[in-house]
Design a protein around this ligand. Structure first.
Ligand SMILES: Nc1ncnc2c1ncn2[C@@H]1O[C@H](COP(=O)(O)OP(=O)(O)OP(=O)(O)O)[C@@H](O)[C@H]1O
Length: 247
């Protein structure tokens, strides 16, 4: 398994219990959507995946390596977290330096470093902005560069928080094409149910700090009662297509 979360429970220091024993496994190459209403615990779960939070009960491991204080450096290489706001991720004078930051920290230098940077930017179609300051780019371009900053580390799993938010329809579609084309395991937190359907065969609903459903996205999105129970809504008039029969 690329990601293994076992019985993870977590309460914030003020006593708010955000997770109540979450168990979730993701196999290599899967793309999984993490759905759920506001306050469900999605961000809290994601913050455990690369050790921003570690104080909970239970265990998280990435490609067999448990997330602990002494493994954090390697865990942060293995888990590429793309925040909702690219400006939380881009802080260097140029795109090149931002994308180089992670691999340089891992010890890459010279031609190897340049190769990692250029390859990551090519994967998101942003190689032509390599010398530009990130703050001169559009929001959609900055989001793609933010994806490149983590791809440059060659992660085991790419974790995206609301990847389609604030994107215009064309940028939204282009990012979906980029994500579909990557050869990487993906966990994507989203409120955008059509995006989950487009990109992820499997969806998990987290609600009230527990996993309420885990299954094929088209089945979950076709279950109106399940969606309503967890405050999930498809856009008006959106029909979930029936998947082709297997076998
Ligand atoms: N720093 C904090 N201190 C105390 N409670 C917190 C803190 N951060 C989040 N919480 C609480 O933990 C619970 C889970 O929040 P979390 O942010 O993980 O939900 P979420 O599913 O990501 O929601 P959203 O869709 O709104 O981003 C909520 O009850 C929230 O109020």
């Amino acid at each position: 398994m690329t990601l293994d979360v076992r019985d993870l429970a977590y309460a914030y220091p003020d006593g708010t219990q955000a997770l109540f024993g979450v168990t979730l496994s993701i196999a290599k190459g899967e793309r999984v959507a993490l759905l759920g209403p506001n306050g469900a615990g999605k961000t809290t779960l994601v913050m455990h995946l690369n050790g921003i939070l570690t104080a909970g009960h239970g265990e998280v491991s990435v490609a067999g390596l448990p997330v602990r204080k002494d493994t954090l450096k390697e865990i942060r290489r293995r888990v590429g977290l793309v925040f909702q706001d690219p400006d939380d991720q881009l802080f260097m004078p140029t795109v090149r330096e931002d994308v180089a930051f992670g691999p340089a920290n891992m010890g890459l230098r010279g031609a190897d470093l340049e190769h990692a940077v250029v390859t990551a930017l090519e994967k998101v179609g942003m190689a032509d902005v390599i010398d530009r300051p990130p703050h001169h780019l559009s929001f959609g371009q900055r989001r793609r560069v933010a994806v490149a900053t983590v791809l440059a580390m060659d992660p085991e799993i790419l974790v995206l928080d609301e990847p389609s938010s604030n994107l215009d329809p064309a940028s939204r579609r282009e990012l979906a094409e980029i994500l579909r084309g990557l050869d990487v395991t993906v966990l994507m937190v989203t409120h955008d149910l059509p995006y989950a359907l487009e990109l992820c065969d499997r969806s998990v609903i987290l609600s009230g700090g527990v996993i309420a459903a885990d299954g094929p996205t088209h089945e979950i999105l076709a279950d109106g009662d399940l969606l309503a129970e967890h405050r999930l809504e498809l856009p008006y008039g959106f029909a979930v297509p029936t998947p082709p029969a297997r076998g």
